[in-house]
Design a protein around this ligand. Structure first.
Ligand code: NAP
Ligand code: HSE
Length: 440
């Protein structure tokens, strides 16, 4: 039986999970692959720390670089997180010709192009199934399963922490700090949880999926991001009454309009809290579960669902990469399909100002005749259509909520109109605007 010798950098939630999963299913993998996965060394920051997963002290070191250069290690698994030391470690391994498996979406988002180029140059490969949507093998789906399709739509609930928080908020009685603390305890959140809550983790992931789907490396700076900090229990409740559920949704949409002189339409790549009709399957994706809905021009609509964060789900994705890498090492090949194949030279991201959407707007207004007329006049002047107006009953006081559902309009037109509406004396608080997706 051949052996693949692993040097793992990081023994936290994911690193501990991978170690545990190898103990549990290493033999099964060996019988399927003909290669035994063997952990040679593991780097952690503090070798004396008490760990939930027992790791023999003899395996541990605080010197990550020595793990990579260890003469017996022929496959490096980067599970430390962050973008600085992790970049250094990944480049060091690739330069030594050692393939790298990573779960680090922040690293790929910030330095993907450089790392893929380094992998190409060194002949060693870079595997990243665990970087997006936890245990769902979505990278394989895009790279292999749907390779014969143009991807026209991709919608993803790709942050387990945010989905867990929004689900708990919808169930009622929990506030953000309390639910976030639970998500951290369960091992879902990033070391810096604002990456989750403010939408950046979903941005990293949706950027990776958009790049794979459209063949050019999407610059994260061009991805429009809004997190869930501004989503209130009141909006979740009103959305529910209107037949919608609020989800943090990553959207990758191929625009139908081809600008002059271009062979490739610009792509919408964005992350924001979105009202999803309760009848749509994504509205039923709850707690830590993720789902990615992909429409290909040949296959049609497809859906991928599973746990999006946490120790075991992520470990499962890392094991899948370990298997691919081990087989490549055994057969002295590179993976059948390189980690990322740039092929769309004209690829570009559509500026958010030009993205067309429907909207939910919640205003806090003085309840007196003429209020609605003033708001409607501003929208009419901007040629923005209202599809319905609801003034929920049971609210009294100086100001009351007024909900507007708005027909398709550009984000630019909508923002300008809302700025004017916010300045009306009858409007008492900053308007809340959320986008509505109808998955057409
Ligand atoms: P974590 O629990 O914070 O673990 C990080 C590990 O890296 C710890 O063991 C830490 O050592 C070690 N480490 C950090 N800096 C180090 C250094 N300079 N030298 C040596 N060791 C160092 O994080 P995690 O949740 O496992 O996440 C790891 C990676 O997986 C991140 O890129 C994350 O985005 C990604 N990921 C996480 C999940 C999830 O559900 N948690 C899912 C998918 C992907 P100590 O233990 O001594 O502190
Ligand atoms: N913090 C991430 C999440 C981990 O909650 O989705 C999985 O990538």
């Amino acid at each position: 039986m051949q052996q693949v010798n692993l040097g793992i950098i990081g023994g936290g939630t994911v690193g501990g999970g991978v170690f545990q999963a190898i103990q549990r299913n290493g033999e099964l993998m060996a019988s399927r692959l003909g290669i035994w996965p063997n952990v040679v060394k593991m780097a952690v920051r503090d070798v004396h720390k008490k760990r939930a997963v027992k790791i023999p002290k003899t395996l541990l070191t605080a010197d990550w670089s020595s793990v990579i250069s260890h003469p017996e290690v022929n496959l490096v698994v980067e599970l430390m997180g962050g973008t600085t030391t992790a970049r250094e470690a990944t480049l060091q391994a690739l330069k030594l010709g050692k393939p790298v498996v990573t779960a680090n979406k922040a690293l790929l988002s910030a330095h993907g192009e450089e790392l893929f180029a380094a992998a190409q140059k060194s002949g060693a490969n870079l595997y990243y199934e665990a970087s997006v949507a936890g245990g769902i093998p979505i990278i394989k789906v895009l790279r292999e399963g749907l390779i014969g399709n143009r991807i026209t739509r991709l919608y993803g609930i790709v942050n387990g922490t945010c989905n867990y928080v929004l689900t708990r908020m919808k169930l009622g009685g929990a506030d953000l700090p309390q639910v976030l603390a639970d998500a951290q305890r369960l091992g879902y959140a990033e070391a810096e949880p604002s990456l989750d809550i403010d939408g950046y983790d979903a941005m990293h992931k949706i950027g990776i999926l958009a790049s794979l789907a459209h063949g050019f490396w999407v610059n994260p700076k061009e991805i429009y991001v809004e997190g869930i900090r501004g989503v209130t229990a009141l909006d979740i409740q009103f959305a529910g009454q209107l037949g919608y559920t609020i989800k943090l949704l990553g959207i990758v949409k191929r625009n139908d309009v081809l600008p002059n002189g271009r062979t490739c339409p610009p792509i919408q790549v964005s992350v924001y809290p979105t009202l999803i009709p309760n009848t749509h399957v994504l509205a039923s994706v709850n707690h830590v579960f993720n789902a990615v809905y992909v429409r290909g021009d040949i296959v049609g609509d497809t859906l991928y669902y599973g746990r999006g964060a946490g120790q075991d789900a992520t470990a499962s994705a890392v094991l899948s990469d370990l298997a691919d890498a081990a087989l490549d090492l055994k057969h002295k090949t590179r993976s059948r399909i390189p980690p990322f194949v740039p092929h769309e030279r004209q690829g570009a991201v559509l500026a958010m100002a030009h993205v067309i959407s429907r909207y939910y707007v919640r205003l806090s207004v003085v309840d007196r005749p003429g209020t609605l007329a003033r708001i409607a006049a501003i929208l009419a002047k901007a040629r923005i259509g209202i599809s319905s107006v609801i003034q929920p009953e049971g609210h009294e006081g100086e100001s009351v909520p007024l909900i507007l559902m708005i027909h398709d309009a550009s984000n630019e037109a909508m923002q300008k109109a809302l700025e004017k509406i916010a300045r009306l004396p009858v409007v008492k608080e900053r308007p809340v605007m959320l986008r509505v997706e109808n998955f057409d």
